[in-house]
Design a protein around this ligand. Structure first.
Ligand code: THG
Length: 367
């Protein structure tokens, strides 16, 4: 047993005290912050997302704010997805790539105003990146951390809970669209989003001193629907086919390899970072693709912290990048990042720490 002490280097989110009060038992690190990952009953937390409504401290999803006359220009230069038709109040899921076409983050981009954007980032430092690219291109834009922290309300009953707090207008909100508003005087943005496929919303808290108050408003309001604490769930996201950047990707992975090719528009301007490399990769055809794996055996055997080699006919053909017990499928499932020459339906062998396990390749998502 060991303790983790929040410091300036390991920043607590505004909801940290609430997470502790709810009985947080496990946490991870993400964007130099503490990400609560369990409250002691993973099984109950999983079913709460699938069947009910779950409340998550995802303050680690930090915002990189671009503000100024060239904010839109920089947003597009960073994004190989066409943002020209993105409206104020709209969000879009965007793979960010480096000059080699390697994916370095996969934020949701929110357009708050004509001259103001947030990149709601996954786990890598995009402030450095955006500032450097903006400065090198001579753009008039300020890149900052606006100290905004999302809280997720996820699951099939989330719409009822969020509507009971902010009003029935949220029922009309389209996916990734958002609205800036106030909840009991607390400034927020409310978006239909979240890292699950069970439906839900994220409440972006704009005043970091109001975390506990905002948490408790939803905790109270959600009682009739049985709300409880939870966290982004590996089992649910794997069943649903969501990509975890840095988990399912390495420092050579491009968007086409991990099913994010549809979020790349090859005809964006030549000044977009990585677009030349992405055009070439698209033309040559990617070398790997991402498939599902159904593993033999009936005991939960999650992945440790390393990828595990996948063999076909005695040769290494790829890696298993994650693996988790699926409570709904009642088997271990995972993702393969594997040679495009290996196809669906083939049986492969995964080299696990305790021995070789047979697995079947299938289409993603699983469910
Ligand atoms: N919420 C917010 N910010 C985030 C995340 C989030 N930043 C980091 C990380 N999560 C970003 N990653 C994803 C990955 C997938 C999705 C959302 C965020 C997602 N994808 C859907 C899918 O793949 O089916 C829909 C994509 C689409 O159709 O455009 O929802 O969770 N604030």
């Amino acid at each position: 047993m060991f303790s983790v002490f929040p410091t300036a280097r390991l920043k607590p989110s505004p909801f940290y005290e609430s997470a502790v009060a709810e009985g947080m038992t496990a946490a991870s690190i993400y964007n130099n912050m503490i990400l609560p990952t369990s409250y002691g009953d993973p099984e109950a937390e999983y079913w709460r997302i699938i069947e009910g409504v779950s409340q998550w401290d995802v303050g680690v999803e930090r915002q990189v704010q671009l503000k100024g006359p060239d904010a839109g220009k920089l947003a597009q230069i960073l994004s190989p997805r066409d943002l020209s038709k993105c409206k104020v109040g709209q969000g879009k899921y965007v793979p960010l790539c480096n000059h080699e076409g390697t994916i370095i983050n996969d934020p949701i981009v929110l357009k708050l105003d004509e001259d103001r954007y947030w990149f709601s980032i996954a786990d890598s430092d995009i402030w450095f990146w955006a500032r450097a690219i903006g400065a090198e291109r001579g753009l008039d834009v300020e890149v900052s951390d606006p100290e905004v922290a999302p809280m997720a309300i996820q699951g099939p009953k989330s719409e009822d809970v969020v509507a009971s707090v902010v009003g029935d207008w949220v029922r009309e909100l389209k996916y990734f669209w958002f609205k800036e508003t106030e909840i009991e005087g607390i400034p927020v943005a409310v978006q239909r989003s979240g890292w699950s496929k069970q439906g839900g919303f994220e409440i972006y808290l704009k005043d970091p001193t109001k975390g506990t108050q905002l948490w408790n408003i939803f905790k109270e309001a959600g009682k009739p629907w049985g709300i409880g604490p939870g966290a982004p769930a590996t089992a649910e996201r794997t069943e649903s086919g969501l990509v975890s950047l840095g988990g399912d990707t390495d420092d050579q992975t491009n968007p086409f390899e991990v099913r994010l090719g549809s979020y790349v528009n090859l005809d964006v301007g030549d000044d977009v970072v990585g677009i030349q490399a992405l055009r070439k990769i698209a033309e040559d055809g990617p070398k790997r693709h991402q498939l599902g794996l159904k593993l033999e055996g009936s005991n939960p055997a999650p992945l440790g912290f390393r990828w595990e080699a996948i063999h076909l006919n005695g040769e290494k053909v790829g890696d298993m990048t994650n693996c988790v017990w699926s409570p709904r499928m009642k088997q271990n499932i995972g993702y393969a990042l594997i040679s495009v020459e290996v196809q669906l339906g083939q049986e492969v062998q995964v080299k696990r720490p305790d021995g070789t396990v047979n697995a079947e390749l299938c289409e993603l998502p699983f469910l």
